[in-house]
Write a protein that binds this ligand. Structure first.
Ligand code: ARG
Length: 461
């Protein structure tokens, strides 16, 4: 069925019908479309444009249509341009002319974007829950495995020892920002465009506040032109998704590295790893690799919609129908990434011994030695130089820092005392970093405490 046959004499070309149809993807919005229509009918009855009976019969028919859709027995037609058309056609088939009254004071432009906002509200709330789920896994792993000392890196070169818990909690706080971003996003989605008509509003005395309340929106959008031509909320969601996945892609990259035999820091659970068709020995971190890759796909979706919207004149343009596939794909991709990442992290085995042992290589406590000298009054600049010389000495002899004796240290500065032998131990290095935000066990515990509070889940739960 066409919603706009009146002024046309020719049939639409089949190719054009196919090319312009959004039904293959916007049928996902059937539930939202039916809810919006139901509320619109109630609102029309409230202002006297439908009788109570008409509104009731529309409500009942919509319910039946919904049931058919859910059972998979709803009959779509090739000429149904989109989900809105399909539902209106079915309604008219069921009710006759009364079905056609639902279009009073409404356009597909305000209807389509209302559906999309309703859908995205629900999905954003789900996303926030999934982020919280992953945060919880991070907290648990930090609590149970976090005491291990491991290498911290800059430039992917061994830098300073840190606690595994510190590393894990870094991701917790990245996700905290993601969650806040999605919460802000939810607020911006939560405004009702319905009642804006095609672009200029409507001549009917509609009650937008009533519709907003019934549909669970916190308010109505102030300007009808803006209401029908705005897709910022979808772009917001995709930007938040991009940043969140950027975070997961960084963690994924680390896990891929850590799984390698060169690092050997972690082992994927067999249920979260894959094998090779030719190399029988392989156990591959495909899940982490795919999360890393899907991040690129979501950036692509964001770029696509930004580019679709760029330079579009007000108000609605058919270009905007292209909002849906990229948005739906972003929702699906982010959802699956968050779920699978949580599972992977929950089942991952940390190789504590390997992590700890490798902190003895790479002169990771060199900064501690320089701090030691600075603490004894040597300008840090000079201390840096002295420790540089010690490292050079060790490199020449094939020694680790912890192989150095007090006598050897003393050759480099008279300020060294017995306690330097303790200072160069990786665990000691971590313990001594005890100011707010540092990596000492006490500070990591503080982070975990804060994190538990933020999630509203006290310890032991
Ligand atoms: N399927 C369309 C979309 O998703 C509905 C709006 C069509 N409006 C129009 N004026 N042609 O954007």
């Amino acid at each position: 069925m066409k919603l706009w046959g009146g002024r046309f004499e020719k049939r639409t070309d089949k190719l054009v019908e196919e090319f312009t149809s959004s039904l293959p993807f916007d049928r996902r919005l059937y539930d939202e479309d039916i809810r919006v229509s139901d509320v619109h009918a109630m609102m029309l009855a409230r202002i006297g444009l439908l009788t109570e009976e008409e509104a009731k019969s529309i409500g009942k028919a919509l319910k039946d249509i919904k049931k058919d859709m859910e059972k998979g027995i709803f009959k779509f037609e090739d000429s149904d341009e989109d989900i809105h058309t399909a539902i209106e056609r079915a309604l008219i088939e069921k009710l006759g002319p009364v079905g056609g009254k639902l279009r009073t004071a409404r356009s597909r432009n305000d209807q389509a974007v209302t559906d999309l906002r309703l859908y995205l509200k629900k999905e954003t709330a789900e996303t926030i829950k999934l982020i919280e789920g992953l945060q919880e896994v991070l907290i648990k792993r930090a609590e149970n495995d976090g005491e291990t000392v491991m290498p911290g890196y800059t430039h992917l070169q061994k830098a300073q020892p840190i606690l595994l818990g510190h590393h894990l909690m870094a991701y917790f706080f990245m996700l905290k920002r993601d969650k806040e971003r999605f919460e802000d996003c939810l607020e911006s989605i939560d405004r009702l465009p319905l009642g804006s008509g095609a672009l200029a509003g409507t001549t009917f005395e509609i009650d937008r506040a009533y519709a907003a309340k019934k549909l669970g929106f916190s308010g109505v959008i102030e300007n009808s032109l803006d209401a029908v031509s705005d897709r910022d909320f979808a772009i917001d969601f995709m930007a938040c998704a991009s940043i969140c996945l950027m975070h997961l892609s960084r963690f994924s990259e680390e896990l891929v590295l850590w799984c390698s035999s060169e690092f050997g820091f972690v082992e994927m659970d067999e249920s979260y790893a894959t094998g090779s068709s030719i190399m029988p020995q392989k156990k591959n971190p495909d899940v982490a690799e795919l999360v890393r890759a899907k991040t690129g796909r979501v950036y692509g979706n964001l770029t696509a919609l930004l580019t679709v919207m760029k330079g579009l004149p007000l108000a609605y343009n058919r270009d905007m129908q292209e909002d849906k596939e990229v948005l739906f794909d972003t929702v699906d991709t982010l959802t699956s990434c968050l779920k699978v990442f949580s599972g992977m992290l929950r089942t991952l085995r940390f190789n504590h011994g390997k992590m700890y042992d490798s902190t003895y290589d790479g002169f990771m406590t060199a900064t501690d030695v320089a701090d030691y000298l600075a603490d004894k009054g040597m300008p840090f600049k000079d201390a840096h130089e002295v420790v540089g010389n010690i490292v050079k000495h060790c490199l020449g002899k094939g020694m680790r820092l912890t192989d150095m004796s007090l006598a050897e240290f003393s050759d480099f500065s008279a300020l060294f005392g017995r306690d330097i032998i303790d200072v160069i131990r990786p665990r000691r290095s971590v313990e001594r970093r005890a100011t707010v935000g540092s990596t000492s066990p006490g500070q990591v515990k503080e982070q975990i405490k804060t994190a538990r509070k933020l999630l509203g889940r006290p310890a032991g739960k």
